[in-house]
Design a protein around this ligand. Structure first.
Ligand SMILES: [Zn+2]
Length: 127
């Protein structure tokens, strides 16, 4: 009889509670917070939908695909306009500077996430 290990990636339902505190630059649209919140909520919904459609799906695979897609869109959105004197694009005018900004955002969004720390973390004290 084959032993079937239970997956460690049990599918909890991710809830949308993260709020936008990050401010946009001068190129922001009229309602940047609403657009951020909609993109955030719909991204989480996509992950939950894919997981709901296949109970055997690995949440890590879903999350990695979502991250890759988000990264693709983010890099697409941050292409400099080509004007060497553009002040808006100057901070993002090289691949390295875009990665610096991306890592800054990753740090910020992770810190704002309620899932950043978990009760199962190895460094959590247990009484
Ligand atoms: Zn520009």
């Amino acid at each position: 009889m084959a032993f079937v290990a239970l997956p460690c990636r049990s599918p909890p339902k991710l809830t949308v509670t993260m709020l936008r505190t990050f401010l946009h630059g001068v190129a922001a649209m009229q309602n940047p917070e609403a657009h951020f919140n909609e993109a955030f909520a719909r991204t989480v919904d996509i992950g939950n939908t894919i997981a709901d459609q296949d109970q055997q799906a690995d949440l890590w695979d879903i999350a990695d695909g979502m991250l890759a897609g988000a990264l693709q869109f983010w890099l697409y959105s941050r292409q400099p306009c080509g004007d060497a004197n553009c002040e808006d694009c100057a901070p993002l005018s090289t691949a390295q500077s875009r990665m610096t900004e991306l890592k800054r955002l990753i740090d910020q969004f992770a810190a704002e996430s309620e899932y950043f720390h978990t009760p199962q973390d190895q460094n959590v004290g247990r009484a």
